[in-house]
Design a protein around this ligand. Structure first.
Ligand SMILES: [Zn+2]
Length: 279
């Protein structure tokens, strides 16, 4: 599932494709549920003639700021993918939305598993008010993280996956950050001391920046995996330390990496580096 580095890569690739400044001419949904905020017919009317003023990212949302007003949000969820096509290129069987742009190209949304969602809002999207800080912004400081953790007895891994704590993290980058900071995923959040929180704060930023530098993580070879615009694969899978490395040696101490289930999610840990909490 795409996380912050994957979504950021898609945003950067969309910008490079030169669609900022273009207008939407129409949108046709082949899977109506992909559009969360209205029927396909209403959405088509809403989007028509709006200009793509800027493309950005908030948490795991791709954000199209429209002119004169309006916001289009796209959440890729499991297998969603945005790509540009000439209008006469054949439609893939898994295309859920095709939207026509004013230069004749089409922005198409392909989504095998059908969990991806598009949202249109006239005013600022309501999702924005509940999201935690952007981890690569100056708003995310060790103190802000400490505040969030000190008020919760929850295990640290599910708390970090919760988008109201920090925006944009998912299973891959949480496992990588907890390993770097040497924190076991079931540690109670309010039990972490200032030094551990400072390490975790740095680790979150490090793993996300590395993920972006490497254009995201594409784990497998099938169409179910993450690809950016132009079917571009990520390369961060080559740089992962523990995620899906079960049975391999820990890059820091050489102990065997183990797989645990924490809150129904696979977790990859080195139990030498990440000591389980006492009791
Ligand atoms: Zn280790």
């Amino acid at each position: 599932m795409p996380e912050l580095p994957e979504v950021e890569t898609v945003v950067q690739d969309l910008r490079k494709s030169g669609i900022e400044g273009l207008h939407f001419q129409s949108a046709q949904a082949f899977w109506p549920k992909t559009i969360e905020t209205s029927s396909p017919q209403v959405f088509d009317q809403q989007i028509k003639n709006r200009q793509i003023q800027a493309i950005s990212r908030r948490a795991k949302f791709i954000v199209f700021e429209l002119a004169p007003t309006g916001w289009l949000l796209v959440h890729l969820r499991m297998t969603g993918r945005l790509d540009l096509f000439s209008k006469d290129s054949p439609l893939d069987a898994h295309v859920r939305i095709r939207s026509t742009l004013s230069d004749g190209r089409e922005l198409r949304f392909t989504d095998i598993r059908k969990f991806g969602r598009w949202y249109f809002y006239e005013n600022e999207p309501p999702q924005f008010s509940t999201l935690g800080p952007e981890p690569l912004s100056t708003a995310f400081t060790p103190n802000v993280l400490a505040q969030k953790l000190s008020h919760s007895k929850r295990q640290i891994k599910p708390l970090l996956l919760d988008q109201t704590t920090v925006s944009g993290l998912g299973n891959i980058y949480v496992d990588e950050a907890l390993w770097q900071a040497q924190i076991h995923p079931v540690t109670a959040s309010n039990q972490l001391n200032d030094q551990s929180i400072a390490c975790l704060h740095k680790a979150i930023i490090d793993v996300l920046k590395k993920g972006i530098r490497n254009s995201g993580t594409t784990l497998g070879k099938t169409a179910l995996n993450y690809y950016s615009v132009g079917k571009r694969r990520g390369e961060n899978q080559e740089a992962l330390q523990v995620f899906r490395k079960t049975g391999l040696p820990c890059p820091r101490c050489g102990s065997v990496i183990e797989r645990l289930i924490v809150s129904q999610r696979s977790s990859h840990v080195c139990l030498q580096c990440q000591k389980p909490p006492k009791s």
